[in-house]
Design a protein around this ligand. Structure first.
Ligand code: ADP
Length: 595
């Protein structure tokens, strides 16, 4: 109930007023009583002082008579004013000095019931009893009067009703003042709360808004006092906070975009192994619904989480993972080491790199193998020529022919390798010119016609040159491709076969197909015949002078033109190779970009 500042303020005011009034009241009442007592004894001291000799001597002479008590009574009543006797609250009594019996006085009834006070006792011992006692409910003075054998005591008694009445009235006034004071304090506290607490409440509301992330409106500064300064400082703090949050948000957005689009996978784990962040690349590479897994289920088998948590910045751990045919290189680094270490893992897909390495190794092994065979042949024939005496000239010539043939083969392989290397490195410039597609096919067919005839093949040209359009490309290299494909058809078709060359154009493409009824290519080898050095039948290929590089060169050239080359379905025995090329290419750069 007294939690609010307003109630506390009211309570403080009430306590303050009550305690103040109590203290003032107590002080006033005590002082008034003390003043009244002092006044009484001062008045008595004045009346019975030796300076007042007339009064004292008249008392003594009165006491000397036989009716001493009556005479003293007469003297005292004559001096009642000076003694303050009002016959109501203050009375006088004349007592027998020896027995203390009441003889005369202003209050006969009270006189017979007088109690023996310390002052009365003192007077009976012959001394003036004028000791005051603030704790007593009365004030008294006992004055002994001796004259000869007569001994009287004049006893003045005040029942303090005057001061009690006064104090009672004072108490009433104080209570009334207290009530008024309490009322004023309640009103004042409301006023104070208006001027002090209302701005604090507004500040609290503003702080709650800021805490909820609403920075839209600043709190109005209504005064220049401490609360006004506090409000201004709070507004400044809120705007700095807003700027900081915006900067952090900006950074976060930047990082989010980066994580979203980066090629490497990123997975962040909290200290307990749960996933805090995972980008799409990571889900793709790990090929699972990563977000529902934890560290132990993803990487737990490779490196325990606890081991990584012990790493100190900038150390990190690297490992390689093999997931469904992919090679993944994963780096782990700790983050947020002050508040419960988390682990950041960056996944890099090195599959292409590894495959390239594999291909490179395979390629080097193939080249070595391809060159070693003719070299061994050359060496053995050369050694035979050197070591054999009287070798017939005919045999020697046939040996030399073999050596020349093997050398040609090697030259052929090295030439093809050079062409491939140029195409790979992009150093093989394409002379892009407009030429007639049909005329190019015609010139290749004419060139191979003799060779086809030698094998008894029928070469059918099943296309109309006029219907074929002009295209843009490197004519020499494209003719080399056509030559290779038709050459293969001649090579891999038993003598007396049929080779059919067809061609046509689509909307923005031209195509050419070379079909034969030769030995054909098994379906399982369709994709691989374009690989370097791949041959379906190695011995047959080598016999016919093949290097196993022709089709890979052809594919490189066609791809550099933005086209495709592949095998298509073929009815009956034999093979059909199809080449498709775009009609228009504005520049080589564009082509290489597309491919
Ligand atoms: P090669 O120089 O050995 O002919 P290519 O790269 O031109 O090399 O051809 C690769 C392999 O594809 C050949 O060794 C051969 O086994 C097969 N091949 C290509 N064309 C044909 C075809 N028309 N008929 C059958 N096999 C073919």
């Amino acid at each position: 109930m007294f939690r609010s500042l307003h109630m506390k303020l009211v309570l403080i005011m009430l306590l303050l007023i009550t305690s103040l009034m109590t203290i003032v009241g107590a002080f006033l009442m005590t002082n008034i009583t003390a003043f009244y007592i002092d006044e009484f004894y001062q008045q008595m001291a004045d009346a019975f002082s030796t300076d007042n000799a007339a009064f004292l001597s008249s008392l003594r002479s009165g006491a000397a008579g036989e009716d001493g008590a009556q005479q003293i009574q007469t003297v005292i009543e004559a001096n009642a004013g000076a003694l303050g006797i009002n016959f109501n609250t203050r009375q006088y009594y004349i007592l027998d000095g020896t027995t203390g019996a009441f003889l005369a006085g202003s209050d006969e009834e009270g006189g017979s019931r007088l109690s023996v006070t310390p002052n009365l006792l003192a007077a009976r011992n012959g001394q003036v009893g004028d000791e005051s006692d603030i704790t007593a409910s009365y004030m008294d003075l006992a004055y002994p009067v001796k004259s000869g054998d007569n001994f009287f005591i004049i006893y003045i008694y005040d029942n303090r009703e005057t001061v009690s009445d006064l104090n009672g009235q004072l108490f009433l006034i104080i209570v009334q003042a207290l009530l008024v004071g309490l009322l004023i304090s309640v009103l004042l506290s409301f006023l104070l709360s208006k001027t002090m607490i209302t701005p604090i409440e507004k500040l609290t509301e503003g702080a709650e808004r800021v805490a909820a992330g609403d920075f839209s409106s600043a709190i109005q500064v209504e005064s220049s006092d401490e609360i006004g300064v506090l409000t201004t400082t709070f507004n400044d703090m809120a705007s700095v906070l807003e700027e900081t949050i915006q900067a952090v948000e900006h950074e976060r957005n930047k990082l989010d975009t980066l994580f979203l689009h980066m090629a490497d996978g990123v997975v962040a784990f909290a200290g307990d192994g749960s996933i805090v962040h995972c980008n799409p690349a990571a889900s793709r590479m790990l090929e699972s619904d990563v977000e529902h897994l934890d560290y132990d289920r993803i990487f737990g088998a490779i490196i325990p989480l606890e081991e990584l948590k012990k790493l100190q910045k900038p150390n990190y751990k690297k490992t390689e993972l093999h997931v469904r045919g992919r090679f993944l290189e994963v780096s782990f680094a700790p983050f947020d080491q002050d508040s419960g270490t988390g682990i950041l893992s960056v996944i890099h897909d090195v599959t292409a790199q590894r495959k390239n390495e594999e291909m490179r190794k395979e390629f080097v092994a193939n080249v070595s193998h391809e060159l070693r065979t003719p070299l061994t042949n050359v060496r053995s024939y050369a050694e035979t020529l050197r070591d054999t005496d009287d070798i017939p000239a005919e045999t020697a010539n046939s040996f030399l022919d073999i050596i020349i043939g093997e050398t040609d083969r090697m030259t052929h392989i090295v030439g093809d390798l050079l062409t491939l290397s140029r195409l790979d490195s992009g150093r093989a410039d394409m002379k892009m010119l407009r030429f007639h597609f049909g005329e190019a096919i015609g010139s290749v067919c004419r060139a191979v016609e003799l060779e086809a005839q030698r094998h008894g093949h029928t070469l059918i040209r099943d296309y109309s040159t006029e219907e074929l359009p002009m295209i843009v490309g490197d004519r020499d290299r494209l003719e080399q491709v056509m030559m290779n494909v038709i050459g293969n058809a001649i090579k891999y078709t038993p003598d007396g076969g049929t080779i059919r060359v067809t061609a046509g154009s689509l909307k923005d493409q031209v195509w050419m197909e070379v079909s034969d009824n030769g030995i054909g290519i098994p379906r399982s080898d369709w994709d691989r015949i374009f690989d370097r050095f791949y041959r379906v039948d190695k011995a047959r290929s080598r016999e016919s002078g093949g290097t196993g590089l022709g089709l890979s060169i052809a594919r490189e050239i066609v791809q550099r033109h933005g086209g495709t080359i592949g095998l298509t379905e073929h009815e009956g025995p034999g093979t059909t190779v199809r080449i498709v090329l775009p009609i228009r290419q504005d520049s080589v750069a564009e082509v290489s970009h597309e491919t």
